[in-house]
Design a protein around this ligand. Structure first.
Ligand code: C2E
Ligand code: MG
Ligand code: MG
Ligand code: MG
Length: 282
């Protein structure tokens, strides 16, 4: 398109770029005050075990709205927080909230669940991360086995040796790690050998058409079988239909997460679900 539109097309492209840069600046400026203005909160999405037939985990997902910008999607503000460095303070805040929530649910006597928190690759470059996480767990009184960190393959892109060192340290401290969006990154298989990973989260792009697309079927069952041979657990993301559930069950996928069970919800609704879901026919 640009090829045929010449100078006009070039000008259009520049305008789009300018708009993008302006939006980025707007987000970063607003993000600086997001926490002190109490504009962020965390919602929780259940992770179901097909064997135990109950909620065994919760994924903490960050939400942000401001009077000026309305609700901004994490897909848009997380990259802005990463590029500006604000992800360090925001990420620490999410960890604290999620760990505190997990402790509160244990205190309430809910069936025990593992709290999964997404970690940016930028947070993972911080050598103090294991100490920071241990401090939060200690201060909130949560045993480390109740925390799981969801990492993407991007953690290894910048400094693989550094990433391995941090993973080893977290592993020694008893914190579990899973690979999020598994199958979408680079050289997934070589990472698995070196990283102290506990679980693979099969990316929702493979799950979406699992009932109709033969290739997606093959990819998902290959991931599940490989994980089993390596002694890793699997969880499928983005499960929306009974057909998807049936296929994943037949493949003996360990856990599932998606709108079929529940959207991410506020803590009070999560508590309700964790009692109701025990009764839901899986
Ligand atoms: P993710 O970690 O892969 O999270 C899964 C995303 O899929 C979430 O989107 C969730 O709401 C959505 N989802 C869950 N079930 C379904 C389903 O059945 N169908 C569909 N279509 N979508 C489903 P969300 O909350 O918008 O988050 C998007 C991404 O933003 C996350 O992807 C994660 O990479 C990032 N993110 C969210 N919260 C945090 C955070 O606290 N820290 C960091 N570093 N990243 C975060
Ligand atoms: Mg995740
Ligand atoms: Mg994911
Ligand atoms: Mg994702």
């Amino acid at each position: 398109q640009v090829k045929h539109s010449g100078r006009h097309g070039l000008r259009f492209f520049t305008a789009a770029m300018q708009q993008k840069a302006a939006r980025h600046l707007q987000l970063v400026n607003a993000l600086r005050y997001a926490l002190e203005r109490e504009q962020m909160h965390v919602v929780y999405q259940p992770q179901m075990s097909l064997i135990e037939r109950r909620i065994v985990g919760a994924e903490a997902l960050l939400r942000w709205s401001t009077p000026e910008l309305g609700t901004v999607s994490p897909a848009e503000f997380i990259p802005a927080a990463e590029e500006s460095g604000l992800i360090q303070s925001i990420g620490t805040w999410v960890l604290r909230q999620a760990v505190r929530q997990a402790r509160a649910w244990l205190d309430l006597g809910l069936p025990p669940i593992v709290m999964a928190v997404n970690l940016s690759a930028i947070q993972f470059r911080n050598r103090e991360l294991p100490a920071l996480i241990t401090r939060i767990l200690d201060e909130e009184g949560l045993p480390p086995e109740y925390l799981e960190l969801e990492l993407t393959e991007a953690v290894a892109a910048h400094d693989p040796q550094g990433a391995i060192a941090i993973m080893n340290e977290l592993h020694e401290r008893g914190v579990r790690m899973s690979i999020d969006d598994f199958g979408t990154g680079f050289s997934s298989l070589s990472h698995l050998k070196k990283f102290k990973v506990y679980k693979l989260k099969i990316d929702q792009s493979f799950v979406r058409d699992i009932s109709t697309d033969a290739e997606d079927k093959a990819i998902v069952s290959a991931i599940i079988n490989m994980a089993r041979s390596l002694g890793l657990k699997t969880i499928a993301e983005g499960v929306e239909t009974a057909e998807q559930l049936a296929f994943l069950r037949a493949q003996q996928c360990d856990e599932m997460q998606g709108y079929y069970f529940s959207k991410p919800v506020q803590p009070a609704a999560f508590q309700q679900l964790s009692l109701e879901m025990a009764a839901k026919d899986l």
